[in-house]
Design a protein around this ligand. Structure first.
Ligand code: ADP
Ligand code: ZN
Length: 709
């Protein structure tokens, strides 16, 4: 066995990392002292390392109990790719395969063995484990997803209850239990059920600092909003929706709009789901549109965004679902699209529940989701408070912290609104009250004689949207009530009367239009890094496909990003990159270094760098805006913007030409260029005819010049 001077050295050797994450080091030390451990870390916190590194440093075999076959396979692939002896035994293997794996274990070639819980106590496995103990020794039992042992957890699995027999049979072998579940009750249950002996308990914060959280009001053109959102991101993402129908529809439309997407829901066959899942994991497809059926067992650390197209059931599920983004600790984006219409739909569904107790719980959970969505505090603070964790707030990485909404005093408006509710005898909903306030001429108003009320028309100075914003805020703050008798009706409560009597003031957060959003700093170097990053991603995909493993097994996104930034051109420099261990250096070093070298050579060519104004246009283009929209936002003519984009194309910047000019039109233009040359736009236009605009010809010509150059 190799000797190491420090744990850090061992970490770099086996996994290529330079330092431990918080808590990992302490846990590894305690594991090396053969202590029982309970490890609670959020998804992506780095749990695996806590038992993998000790397994490599101790004599004998570590047996890992893991609930899902697909997870096992992925973990073993990742270990093998680091040159670590690992294998799994489960029901998918042939007799011969099982035999040869067992032999390798007994010869001491394997350090980590993954098994499913139901297998542990099988007729064959018991005696085999005895042989392992006498021939190579058992260094630890690691129980992954340990919350499955608890009925209070969200994934109870009866097979997990049998694990305690291991403890009874091998009382001296330490047991490590790992989970990402937060509740105290489950934690207690794990200790009891697995019979942990004075375990070292390590609970890290549930904060996921790399995730950006935001809530967007869902627009009436919600599909376009989604499309734009996806286009503004790079890398893979998940879109969660409530119904199977929406899943199928969105996946279909995205695919049509040039975004590779697949559906996933419980209405599909097992086979179809498995295929879609593995295509997503392997980066064959970019977006998974799914119901919550897509959940545990997706081992894809490089998901860059999760969008909730519909409201989640409760805050815990929102935390878990959005938490599937950025497990590799790289920046990722979590967006919740939120509309008042969705709330009415869900309320209606809840009202159909026969059990009043269930109804009450569901309403309470919905309330918490609404509080999160409408809240003006730091989103992180709201989420972590839900888990009983205190967080100082102002995380700087959520929409509320980055663009705080201004708070205004709307007491007078609230008085107008509430007195109108009173005059309508508390028998109408929000829309009707607003119609009266704004002096609407709808028939319904006259039918009820509401055009004669003293509040008729006193709110003309504010838009319908502004009144709705006030009404929602009043409801949300509990300053007015709403009952549901077939349709929602506003009712005054004690607090409403305090406002009407001027005993209470009303503050509301003003939602701004997205146009006010500031543009981030950009520079040409960022673009260069992006281009190299994309190239390295392609290379990684090729290497991964050749070995039939998911791309992240070759290198994590974070390693690729470091390569793109530091551009190491020698093997020594490459070895310094975090994530490059001894084995990976030998296996992939040459290939990656030569790709990076080639890239740097090309960069030396005198390619002019774009100016700031070009970069602003590029950024808007990358956010999915059309030429027209960019022109409007930047207050330039279309011609100027097309000029920018053409020049950007010539400067090798990532302009997506296919989005602006359709493929068959591009073909026609290129044919014209090939016959007539690229010198004169005018000649080309005359040849192509009126149906082709100067804009398109110019863009395609720039692309062509770049490809030729
Ligand atoms: P969990 O099981 O807690 O969800 P993983 O064990 O899968 O998390 O780790 C999440 C990601 O973090 C993986 O990509 C892993 O390689 C990476 N990682 C873990 N520990 C470190 C570390 N010390 N330095 C850098 N990356 C790490
Ligand atoms: Zn925040």
């Amino acid at each position: 066995m190799v000797q190491f001077y420090s744990l850090e050295e061992a970490l770099k050797h086996f996994f290529g990392y330079d330092s431990f994450r918080p808590a990992q080091r302490q846990i590894v030390e305690e594991a090396l002292q053969n202590r029982d451990l309970l490890i609670i870390m959020p998804t992506g916190g780095g749990k695996s390392l806590c038992f993998q590194l000790p397994a490599l440093l101790k004599p004998g075999l570590t047996v890992v109990v893991s609930p899902l076959i697909s997870l096992m396979q992925d973990q073993v692939d990742a270990l093998l790719d680091n040159g670590i002896g690992a294998t799994f035994l489960n029901s998918t293997l042939s007799w011969d395969d099982t035999r040869s794996r067992e032999t390798a274990i007994l010869k001491g070639k394997i350090k980590l063995l993954y098994v499913a819980p139901e297998r542990l106590l099988g007729e064959r496995f018991g005696p085999f484990l005895e042989m392992v103990r006498s021939q190579v020794g058992i260094s630890a039992f690691a129980i992954d997803e340990a919350h499955c042992v608890s009925e209070w957890g969200h994934d109870f699995r009866p097979e997990y209850r049998q694990i305690k027999q291991l403890r009874q049979r091998y009382p001296d072998v330490p047991v490590l239990a790992l989970t990402a579940t937060a509740t105290k009750r489950v934690q207690q249950d794990i200790i009891q059920q697995l019979m942990l002996k004075q375990p070292g308990i390590h609970i890290t914060s549930f904060n996921r600092p790399n995730l950006y959280y935001e809530v967007q009001p869902k627009q009436s053109q919600s599909y376009n909003q989604l499309l734009k959102q996806i286009r503004s991101h790079q890398g893979a993402g998940i879109v969660y929706c409530l119904s199977r129908r929406t899943v199928d529809e969105l996946a279909f439309r995205l695919e049509k709009d040039g975004i590779s997407a697949l559906p996933y829901h419980a209405g599909m066959t097992d086979e179809a789901r498995t295929i879609n899942q593995s295509r997503f994991i392997r980066d064959d497809v970019r977006v998974m549109v799914a119901t919550i059926a897509f959940g545990m067992g997706i081992n894809k650390p490089d998901v860059r965004f999760v969008i909730h197209y519909d409201l989640p059931r409760n805050l815990e599920s929102y935390y878990q679902e959005s938490g599937r983004a950025g497990r590799d600790a790289e920046p990722a984006h979590c967006t919740l699209l939120y509309s008042a219409g969705d709330i009415f739909r869900i309320k209606f569904l809840i009202e159909q529940k026969p059990d009043p107790k269930e109804q009450q719980v569901a309403f309470q959970q919905l309330r918490q989701v609404i509080d999160y969505a409408e809240g003006t505090d730091c989103r992180r603070t709201i989420q972590l408070r839900y888990f009983g964790e205190k967080f100082a707030g102002n995380c700087g990485n959520c929409d509320n912290c980055r663009n705080p909404k201004p708070i205004e005093d709307w007491t007078i408006e609230a008085q107008k609104f509430l007195s109108c509710v009173a005059r309508c005898k508390e028998r109408f909903g929000m829309i009707h009250v607003i119609d009266v306030l704004r002096g609407s001429r709808k028939k319904k108003i006259e039918q009820y004689g509401h055009h004669l009320l003293s509040t008729y028309g006193i709110g003309k100075d504010k838009s319908v949207e502004a009144w709705k914003m006030l009404a929602r805020s009043l409801l949300h703050q509990g300053l007015v009530d709403e009952t549901h008798d077939g349709y929602p009706i506003l009712k005054l409560n004690k607090l409403s009367w305090e406002i009407l009597r001027s005993q209470r003031s009303v503050q509301i957060a003003i939602t701004q239009t997205p146009a006010a959003k500031a543009l981030a700093e950009i520079n040409p170097r960022t673009a260069e890094i992006e281009i190299l990053f994309e190239r390295l991603r392609k290379l990684r995909k090729q290497l991964a496909d050749a070995q039939s493993v998911p791309p992240y097994v070759v290198f994590a996104d974070s390693s690729l990003r470091l390569m793109a930034q530091q551009q190491p051109q020698t093997l020594e420099a490459f070895a310094e990159i975090s994530g490059v261990g001894t084995h990976k250096l030998a296996q992939y070093g040459e290939t990656f270094v030569s790709e990076i070298r080639a890239f740097c050579q090309e960069q030396k060519l005198p390619v002019p760098l774009p100016s700031n104004t070009h970069m602003l246009t590029l950024q808007l283009h990358q956010q999915g805006l059309s030429v027209e929209e960019i022109a409007q936002q930047r207050k330039y003519s279309r011609t100027t913007i097309v000029g920018h984009l053409s020049e950007l194309l010539e400067m090798q910047q990532p302009v997506e030409l296919n989005r602006i000019v359709s493929l068959d039109r591009q073909k026609a233009i290129i044919q014209a260029i090939q016959t007539l040359g690229a010198e004169s736009l005018r000649t080309l236009r005359e040849h192509l005819g009126e149906a082709y605009s100067y804009e398109e010809i110019r863009l395609v010509r720039s692309w062509w010049l770049r490809e030729k150059g």
